[in-house]
Design a protein around this ligand. Structure first.
Ligand code: ZN
Ligand code: ZN
Ligand code: ZN
Length: 614
């Protein structure tokens, strides 16, 4: 037998990878061919991405990209090379329908929240914040050939964009080993937001006019990408502007962020904050952990750079400042991450252990390595903004501990109902909670919640964070002295405009719960909006929608909306709340598929699950 080449294994892997890529390219070609023959992609293929149209001297050239790549590569303000020319992406091919843009709230921590009244990144209550951010799917942009590119444009392209990633877990598989948790979700909802060129944010200026996001002129469809353009573009009373269509200040659409979404496989690692680390070292630890985890996963799973994205997702829990999240770049799933979450695995050596060894080898565990980080270990092009933080010595001990670790299904977290039940002080209170649960009325966030009333205070048995208190009155409240005191306090509450509801023992609670549901869905205005929605809805689905209303779900944002796919109407949604659609059978990829007789609980679980912070 000939002597084994010392690098035989690596060479074989390389050959295999090249082979995979070749197969991938053939697939791509087939898709292009079918497209050119008029076959529109459907769900068997990757969801149609977005495109740019380059106005070349001879033709309009269409450049297609999948959503997460289009998000930055085909973003307004970027420069694209095609043929021997440079194209500047500055204009939208179409105007977005303003009314259909999803709205979001900007938290002081930087996170954009669209899913509820509480910031999922830091826990702050945002109910009083105005939803001024508008989220636009990646627009079709037009590219104009430009011979000369200003140094500002050059810089903008070089610095790239500020992107926030958001995984919205529904029901991930949870695994546990010691204090570590591994979460895996197939076809998870992942959203990425392009908040604008990074160049805007490097400028420390407090009230930079572009910090709110992209600005689009509705008249000429041009994106205004610098302070100067913003100043000079609109026509004003006393001086002409640069807008060729005569647009004025009121034609400018502000606070636009670009939002790409995909259903991809997600693997997340929850590592509690190391107690010995403090201050900036905490962030450095998580950034290094992400870099090591992702790079090792690329090698172990044999993926190309754009087949696996990674990001840190902040959480409001002090013991877990960030979750390390990996996302497959291809919708529908390559099935690569699934192997890491399969415990016990079928293979002799679990891929997770292989990953850990690769990470240790990458980070020069057994040799004299670089001081903190290098391109051989943690650095790569995609994490260039984290380079100053990366430090392999912060995470090496952690990866040593991972060797040989076995994950098991995690114990179930106590449910919110369990927690509330544990805080109850009487059977009557427990009865109230169980009845609320049974009636599908949302549960209160708190129990035994004290509210100050000038000099004195009152303690609600339950409290909704939207500002509603609940009293559940048992026999002691019937005593004369107690009753007078209650009366006094409750009058004061009414005077102060603090809403509350009283449930008394021995009375029928049905009316109270109905009132509660209406209040939680947004008060009398919501009642009217619901009426309107029910009138417009497909009559077959009316009973189902009424059930949702009575369970305290707010009125939908739209009913009977057209669902578009590659510029073509593929059906109508029954109702939509934010990004959550109820759709008729056959459109399952666009939301929850429901029939008129779908059990209410299933629909509630979908709607409330999507809003729940994990
Ligand atoms: Zn926040
Ligand atoms: Zn204009
Ligand atoms: Zn190194």
């Amino acid at each position: 037998m000939p002597p084994k080449h010392p690098q035989l294994d690596e060479i074989q892997k390389e050959v295999q990878r090249a082979d995979e890529q070749r197969k991938h390219l053939i697939d791509l070609d087939l898709r292009g061919y079918l497209g050119s023959r008029g076959f529109l992609p459907n769900y068997a293929f990757v969801r149609a991405g977005t495109w740019a149209e380059l106005l070349t001297p001879n033709e309009v050239r269409r450049i297609d990209r999948p959503p997460f790549i289009a998000l930055t590569e085909l973003a307004p303000g970027n420069t694209l090379y095609y043929g021997a020319r440079r194209y500047s992406l500055e204009r939208a091919g179409f105007l977005p329908k303003e009314a259909s843009l999803e709205k979001g709230k900007r938290c002081t921590c930087g996170h954009i929240e669209t899913q509820g009244p509480r910031c999922r990144a830091c826990g702050k209550d945002l109910s009083a914040v105005v939803a001024e951010v508008r989220l636009m799917p990646p627009p079709v942009v037009l590219g104009l050939s430009k011979r000369r590119i200003s140094s500002e444009e050059e810089e903008r392209t070089r610095l790239g964009y500020e992107v926030e990633w958001d995984w919205r877990p529904k029901d991930p598989r949870r695994l546990q080993a010691d204090s570590l948790r591994l979460l895996y979700e197939h076809n998870a909802e992942v959203v990425a937001l392009n908040k604008g060129p990074r160049a805007w944010f490097l400028d420390e200026e407090e009230d930079h006019p572009l910090h709110g996001g992209f600005v689009l002129c509705k008249r000429c469809r041009r994106f205004l990408l610098s302070e100067k353009e913003l100043e000079e573009h609109p026509w004003r009373e006393n001086r002409p502007g640069r807008c060729t269509m005569g647009g004025s200040e009121s034609d400018l659409l502000h606070n636009l962020l670009i939002q790409a979404r995909a259903e991809s496989d997600v693997l997340a690692l929850e590592v509690p904050r190391p107690s010995e680390l403090d201050g900036p070292a905490v962030e450095a630890f998580y950034k290094s952990l992400l870099a090591a985890f992702r790079k090792a996963a690329l090698i172990t799973l044999e993926l190309a750079d754009d087949e696996l994205y990674g990001f840190l997702q902040p959480t409001p829990e002090p013991r877990l400042p960030y979750r390390v999240v990996l996302v497959e770049g291809q919708e529908g799933g390559l099935g690569a991450l699934a192997a890491l979450a399969d415990w016990p695995g079928e293979e002799k050596r679990h891929p997770f252990h292989e990953l850990v060894e690769v990470a240790l080898r990458l980070m020069h565990a057994e040799e004299e390595g670089c001081e903190k980080a290098s391109y051989d270990c943690l650095m790569d092009y995609s994490n260039q903004w984290d380079h100053p933080f990366l430090d392999r010595t912060l995470v090496l001990p952690f990866f040593h501990k991972l060797k040989g670790l076995e994950f098991k299904p995690a114990e179930k977290d106590p449910t919110h109902l369990d927690e509330l039940l544990a805080q109850c002080e009487s059977d009557l209170e427990r009865r109230w909670l169980l009845e609320a649960q049974q009636r599908s009325v949302p549960l209160p966030q708190r129990a035994q919640h004290t509210v100050a009333l000038g000099e004195t205070f009152t303690r609600f048995d339950f409290y909704y964070d939207q500002g509603l208190g609940i009293y559940v009155d048992g026999p002691p409240h019937l005593e004369e002295e107690r009753r007078q005191k209650d009366q006094q306090l409750r009058t004061q509450l009414t005077l102060m405009g603090v809403p509350f509801l009283v449930f008394r023992e021995g009375e029928d609670w049905a009316a109270g719960f109905r009132e509660l549901a209406v209040w939680l869905s947004g008060g009398p205005a919501a009642g009217e909006a619901w009426e309107e929605a029910l009138q417009l809805a497909d009559p077959a689905y009316r009973p189902l929608l009424e059930g949702l209303r009575d369970a305290g779900i707010g009125p939908p944002d739209a009913v009977g909306e057209d669902l578009m796919e590659a510029g073509r109407i593929v059906g109508q949604s029954i109702a939509r709340w934010g990004s959550m659609h109820l759709v008729p059978p056959g459109l399952v990829a666009r939301g929850l598929e429901v029939k008129p007789d779908t059990p209410l609980e299933l629909v509630l679980e979908y709607l409330q699950g999507g809003k729940k912070a994990v």
